[in-house]
Design a protein around this ligand. Structure first.
Ligand code: NI
Length: 135
């Protein structure tokens, strides 16, 4: 019997979506306002979910206190109040779209969980736009 537990988190970050190999016109056509050269910010809302069996000794699927600490170290400390394009090496040559940020978060977290857990990342870039990824 598998159950899913989740922890919510939050970070603010700036970005722009832009391909240097495209003209300004092409960038604006594809990325719209997100191509604004001087960057803009988002309030990102994150949900990290773990699916697995209840440990009969603890009654937990996973200790949410531990999950909180892992998210703080790997996501909040790494991304909060950063300029994603300039501060985060993974986005030096990769657009920090919600999709790519979600993959980055998944990759930073998955190493903590054995194969008996399924990890799912849900990232809201705006209240209405969100991405889900589970590997
Ligand atoms: Ni944006």
């Amino acid at each position: 019997m598998n159950l899913t537990i989740s922890r919510k988190s939050h970070f603010n970050a700036a970005h722009k979506l832009y391909r240097p190999d495209w003209s300004d016109e092409e960038n604006e056509k594809v990325f719209g306002k997100c191509a604004n050269k001087n960057f803009h910010g988002h309030n990102y809302d994150l949900t990290v979910s773990l699916t697995g069996k209840v440990n009969p000794e603890t009654g937990y699927v996973y200790d949410l206190g531990k999950l909180k600490d892992i998210i703080k170290k790997e996501v909040e400390d790494y991304l909060d109040h950063k300029n994603l394009n300039l501060d985060i090496p993974e986005f030096k040559n990769l657009n920090p779209t919600a999709e790519n940020i979600t993959i980055l978060i998944y990759d930073r977290l998955i190493k903590y969980f054995k194969s008996d857990y399924k990890l799912k990342i849900t990232l809201f870039e705006t209240p209405r736009n969100f991405v889900e990824y589970s590997g």
